[in-house]
Design a protein. Structure first.
Length: 608
C-alpha cells in the first residue's frame, strides 16, 4: 500500500513557515538551512522570488495561531490521539468559517505568492469517484474545497486544516510554492520516495487524504493497528526502537496508518522543540496544532474514564459506594477496618451475591468517619456486616453502626480467631446455601492476589478463602469448609511463593486445582482476570498494587458489577488490562488518587 508517511523530523519551531514533508536529519539549524535551499530551488523553477532564512523567516514560534488554546503536553496520549467523535465530524465548519480562520492565520500574503486563504482551483480531474465529491469546472476556494471534502467524506474540516499545516505548513505560510500545493497533504507521498504524479494538486491531495482516512476504517486489509488492541509502534523510520500502544479508536488508528510513528519520550519531554535521534514529530505536532487551534482533540473519547477517590481511604470507599449504588436502599453494607486488609478480602464475592449485594465501607478501629456516617445514612442498608473481631472494629463502633439498621438483629459481626478463620466464617455465612462448585484460595499474608480474586470470584458466585500459603498441607478447617460447600474445583491464586506447590498438591487429593499465577502481582492479576473474564465486561477497575485501602471497596464494586479488577503499577498497565478496559461497555474506573493510580493508567499507557 502506498503509504501516507508524514513528516518525521519537522521541528515544532518550523511550523510557522512552510515545513517540508520529508526532512533530512541533523540539527534544527542544519535542517532549516537545507529546507531554505530547497525552497529557493522551487521558487526559481516557478519564477518566484527566492526566500532566505535570514531575511524572510518569521520569528520562530512553536505553534503560531490567531486563536490559541493552551497545550498541556502531559495530556498527550499515544493511544488516543483524537476521538472518533471529533475526527469524523464532517459538518463541523462551513466554508465561511474556514475562510475566516484562514484569513486570521495570514492577514497579509507576501508579494508574488498565493497563500492558502486566496487559493482557488477547479475541482476536476479525478480518475475515481472519491467520496462521490461533486466536481466543478468553476474554481473553488481552498475553504470551499476543504468544507466540501469534509462533507463528502465525513472528515472534520479542522482535521484537514491541521493536516495541511503538519505536512506543508500551508495554513500559516506567507510564501507557499506550487510544489507545496501539489504535495499538500502528503497523500501517496511515501517517506523517501517521490509523490505519485497523478495525485498532485491541492484538490486531489485534500480529497485523497480524506478518502484514505475513511479507507483505513472500512477496508479490512488495514489491520496492523487494530482498534482495542495493543500494538508496537516505532518511534521513527531511522530508529528500530518501538513501544506498545493501546489503540483506543478508529481515528487514532487512521493517524498511525497515515504517519506510522509515535513521539518518543525525548520528543514529548521537549514538546515544542526537538527530541533526540530517535524522535519523530508528525503525530505530536498534529495533536499540538489541533489542540491550540481547535481545542481538545479527544473530546467524546470512548471508553469513558472515571476516578473514584476521596480525601483519604475512608472517603475513597465512600466515593466507590456512591458510584456503584446511586439508588438506595441497599441490601447490605460491609464494614471493615481501614488500617489492615485481611478481614475485608473475603467480602468482595459476598457483596456480589444478589441476596446480599452492597458496598464495602472502611472505618477506624474506634470511630466512624463523618463521611462514612453520611453514606450509611444515605444507603439505608437492610443489614450491616462487621468484618473481623473487636481488635479490628471495636465494640463501640459496632454499637454506633446499630443506628443505621432497623433492628439489632440486622447488625452482624463475622469474625474468627485469626484472618484465616475470619475468611472461612465469611465464606460459610454467604455461600453455604449457594453450593458453589468453585472456590478461590489466596495467601492471607499479602493482599494483591486476593484483591484480584475477589472480583473474579464475585462474578462466578464463588468464595475467596485465605490460607497460610507457606504450609505444605491443607489445614483441616479449610478442607472441611470446601467439602461442606460442595466445591469441586479450587483456583489457587499466585505463584508458588504465595501458595506452595505442596499445598496445591495436598488440595489436589480431594478437588481439581488450577493455578492462576504470574511472575509478580501484576501478572497474577492478569492471569486471574483472563481466566474469569474471557469476553467484554461492563467495566474494568484499576487499583494500585502497592497499597490496599483504595482497592478493598473497589473489589466489592467490581464483583457486584461482574467486572475485573486489575492491580497495576502507578503509571502503566499490562497489555491484557488495557485491552480489557478498551472492550468495556461502560468505561473503566481508577480507584484512588493520582498518587496511587496515576494519569498513565487513565491513558492506558502500556508497561514495556
Amino acid at each position: 500500500m502506498s503509504g501516507l508517511l508524514a513528516s518525521v523530523a519537522i521541528v515544532a519551531g518550523l511550523l510557522t513557515v512552510a515545513t517540508p514533508a520529508q526532512a533530512d536529519g541533523g540539527t534544527p539549524q542544519q535542517n532549516q538551512a537545507k529546507y531554505y535551499a530547497k525552497l529557493s530551488a522551487r521558487a526559481a523553477s516557478e519564477g518566484l522570488p527566492s526566500p532566505t532564512a535570514t531575511a524572510d523567516a518569521p520569528t520562530v514560534q512553536p505553534y503560531a495561531a490567531a486563536t490559541s488554546n493552551p497545550v498541556d503536553a502531559s495530556a498527550f496520549t499515544a493511544g488516543d490521539l483524537m476521538s472518533d467523535a471529533v475526527f469524523y465530524a464532517g459538518t463541523t465548519w462551513t466554508a465561511a468559517q474556514i475562510q475566516t480562520f484562514l484569513d486570521s492565520q495570514v492577514p497579509t500574503c507576501r508579494t508574488g505568492y498565493t497563500c492558502l486563504k486566496d487559493y482557488k482551483q477547479p475541482t476536476t480531474g479525478l480518475t475515481n469517484d472519491l467520496c462521490n465529491y461533486p466536481e466543478s469546472t468553476a474554481p473553488e476556494t481552498a475553504a470551499q474545497i476543504i468544507a466540501n471534502v469534509g462533507l463528502a467524506c465525513g472528515i472534520n474540516p479542522q482535521v484537514l486544516l491541521t493536516l495541511l499545516q503538519k505536512e506543508q505548513g500551508l495554513v500559516t505560510d506567507t510564501w507557499p510554492s506550487q510544489t507545496q500545493y501539489d504535495e499538500a497533504t502528503g497523500w501517496v507521498c511515501p517517506d523517501g520516495s517521490p509523490c505519485d504524479a497523478s495525485s498532485a494538486g491541492f484538490f486531489k491531495q485534500v480529497l485523497g487524504a480524506a478518502w484514505q482516512f475513511i479507507q483505513y476504517k472500512t477496508d479490512p486489509s488495514f489491520n496492523w493497528y487494530p482498534v482495542g488492541k495493543v500494538t508496537n509502534i516505532l518511534y521513527s523510520p531511522d530508529c528500530t526502537t518501538s513501544a506498545p500502544v493501546a489503540i483506543w479508536n478508529n481515528a487514532t488508528a487512521a493517524l498511525y496508518y497515515y504517519t506510522p510513528y509515535q513521539p518518543d519520550p525525548a520528543a514529548l519531554a521537549n514538546f515544542f522543540d526537538t527530541g533526540d535521534t530517535c524522535s519523530s514529530y508528525g503525530n505530536r505536532n498534529f495533536w499540538g496544532n489541533f489542540t491550540q487551534w481547535f481545542g481538545n482533540p479527544t473530546a467524546g473519547s470512548l471508553p469513558t474514564v472515571t476516578r473514584s477517590a476521596g480525601a483519604d481511604r475512608y472517603g475513597t470507599a465512600v466515593s466507590v459506594s456512591v458510584a456503584a449504588n446511586p439508588t438506595p436502599p441497599v441490601k447490605a453494607v460491609y464494614i471493615a477496618a481501614g488500617t489492615d486488609f485481611p478481614d475485608a478480602l473475603g467480602a468482595a464475592p459476598a457483596a456480589a451475591l444478589a441476596a446480599h449485594r452492597g458496598p464495602l465501607l472502611l472505618v477506624a478501629s474506634t470511630a466512624i468517619p463523618s463521611s462514612v456516617s453520611a453514606e450509611l445514612k444515605r444507603l439505608e442498608p437492610v443489614d450491616i456486616y462487621v468484618l473481623g473481631g473487636t481488635g479490628a472494629v471495636s465494640a463501640a463502633v459496632s454499637d454506633q453502626l446499630a443506628a443505621y439498621v432497623s433492628a439489632p438483629s440486622h447488625l452482624h459481626r463475622l469474625a474468627g480467631a485469626d484472618r484465616y478463620a475470619t475468611s472461612r466464617v465469611i465464606a460459610s455465612t454467604f455461600f453455604q446455601s449457594t453450593s458453589p462448585s468453585t472456590a478461590y484460595i489466596a495467601t492471607g499474608v499479602n493482599f494483591p492476589d486476593a484483591l484480584s480474586a475477589g472480583a473474579a470470584a464475585g462474578s462466578q458466585q464463588a468464595p475467596v478463602i485465605l490460607v497460610n500459603g507457606g504450609a505444605t498441607t491443607v489445614d483441616a478447617p479449610t478442607k472441611t469448609l470446601l467439602q461442606s460447600l460442595g466445591v469441586t474445583t479450587v483456583k489457587v491464586v499466585g505463584g508458588n511463593a504465595s501458595v506452595s506447590a505442596a499445598y496445591q498438591a495436598s488440595l489436589g487429593q480431594f478437588v481439581t486445582t488450577q493455578r492462576l499465577g504470574g511472575i509478580d502481582r501484576y501478572q497474577t492479576s492478569v492471569a486471574v482476570n483472563t481466566d474469569a473474564f474471557p469476553g467484554a465486561t461492563s467495566k474494568t477497575f484499576f487499583a494500585g498494587g502497592l497499597t490496599f485501602p483504595d482497592a478493598l471497596a473497589g473489589a466489592a464494586a467490581a464483583g457486584a458489577a461482574s467486572s475485573p479488577l486489575y492491580v497495576v503499577k502507578s503509571g502503566c498497565v499490562a497489555p491484557p488490562a488495557a485491552e480489557s478496559a478498551l472492550a468495556t461497555t461502560s468505561g473503566f474506573v481508577l480507584l484512588g488518587g493520582a498518587a496511587v493510580v496515576g494519569a498513565g493508567v487513565g491513558k492506558l499507557t502500556v508497561c514495556p
